[in-house]
Unconditional design. Structure first.
Length: 241
């Protein structure tokens, strides 16, 4: 198994939209507004991020659970700053600030109490984690046994791949699980003619663990590879079996 990086000028333009949550049925009562100001920056470089959309949810108690309701939506300006008049929802003691993700940054949820918002209303600060390209290449060169089964999962900064970023598979010989993962196992390849490429994105500069499990002749062999993907580069992992 090898890891290599090189320059990559290709940029993905697939946006990830984060669901803003469910809305309570009926009208939502408000009690005035609160002017909030702040900025959104890159977690590592501290550079402000322009045009970043932020969805605000007020959290209301219902049957001993917190239910999100719509409280507003705004974006950072060309300099990465925001200035917004937030609707205060009656009986809401907490608010979620959902920073929408895309191919450059992962979505992020920041939960703040109403008291914290009031105390820091003019100095709010949110940061986003940069994503990096990761390509996983899989090739089977062993001719026997024919019924080898290979499972693949990965996690970045402890976030499971299913919840991190959509993956794309270009392959030869993938099983019928090519459009989804198997709960508890991940992606699966069965058989002989395997030559696949999995393309995704993970957190840049954070630890990413790639887990393999090979089942051959009714015996299981587990392998874990730990890497740190670099910002603005193409990161590759090769698995040959």
């Amino acid at each position: 198994m090898t890891l290599e990086t090189d320059n990559n000028d290709h940029k993905l333009f697939i946006c990830i939209t984060f669901a803003a949550g469910v809305l309570l049925t009926g009208c939502v009562n408000t009690e005035g507004t609160l002017v909030i100001k702040g900025k959104v920056t890159d977690e590592y470089t501290k550079v402000q991020i322009p045009g970043r959309e932020i969805i605000v949810q007020a959290l209301l108690e219902s049957n001993n659970t917190l239910v999100p309701v719509d409280a507003g939506q705004f974006s950072t300006d060309s300099s990465g700053y925001f200035n917004y008049s937030l609707r205060k929802v009656k009986d809401a003691r907490y608010y979620n600030f959902c920073l929408v993700g895309d191919s450059d940054y992962a979505f992020m949820i920041n939960r703040l109490s109403l008291n914290t918002l009031k105390q820091n209303s003019k100095y709010l600060f949110f940061s986003l984690r940069k994503l990096a390209n990761l390509t996983i290449k899989i090739k089977k060169i062993s001719k026997t046994p024919y019924r080898d089964t290979l499972y693949l999962t990965w996690e970045s900064n402890s976030v499971d791949f299913r919840n991190l970023y959509p993956y794309k598979i270009d392959n030869y010989g993938i099983t019928d699980n090519s459009f989804g993962s198997i709960p508890g196992f991940g992606l699966r390849w069965i058989g002989g003619n395997i030559n696949s490429t999995v393309k995704t994105r993970v957190f840049a500069g954070k630890m990413t663990k790639i887990h393999w499990e090979l089942v051959r002749n009714k015996k299981r062999k587990e392998i874990t590879d730990t890497i740190t993907c670099k910002r603005d580069l193409a990161n590759f992992v090769n698995f040959i079996y």
